[in-house]
Design a protein around this ligand. Structure first.
Ligand SMILES: [Zn+2]
Length: 109
């Protein structure tokens, strides 16, 4: 069975029973081991938790390595999505008129 060690930079300092290893006077707090057998970790949106034991460890990793992470795929220009903005007049449940703004994306493909 494959596993990963949690990548959280401070995972091994958090004081929980689940991190205690060793015996007698040789006890340590150890980084959480994550088994890749959990079904929910196979969903793309949760697959990050194959590498982090929780959201706190994930966010600490991002804070620690942010400059390196954004250097992988830097954004040097703004992205734009073509849209149409349509103002529409309508009436509410009392019959009072109001104007709404509706934004729809334009498919240029
Ligand atoms: Zn962790």
């Amino acid at each position: 069975m494959s596993y990963n060690w949690c990548h959280g930079p401070n995972c091994h300092t958090i004081q929980t029973q689940s991190r205690v290893r060793g015996s007698g006077d040789n006890k340590v707090l150890r980084t959480i081991k994550i088994k890749e057998d959990s079904n929910y970790r196979t969903y793309e949106r949760y697959s990050m938790f194959n590498y982090f034991c929780n959201q706190n460890c994930l966010m600490e990793y991002i804070r620690t390595h942010l400059q390196s992470i954004v250097a992988i795929a830097p954004r040097r220009e703004a992205l734009e999505t073509p849209i149409k903005v349509v103002k529409e007049k309508d009436t509410n449940w009392r019959g009072d008129p109001y104007t709404t703004t509706r934004i729809t994306t334009v498919d240029n493909a």
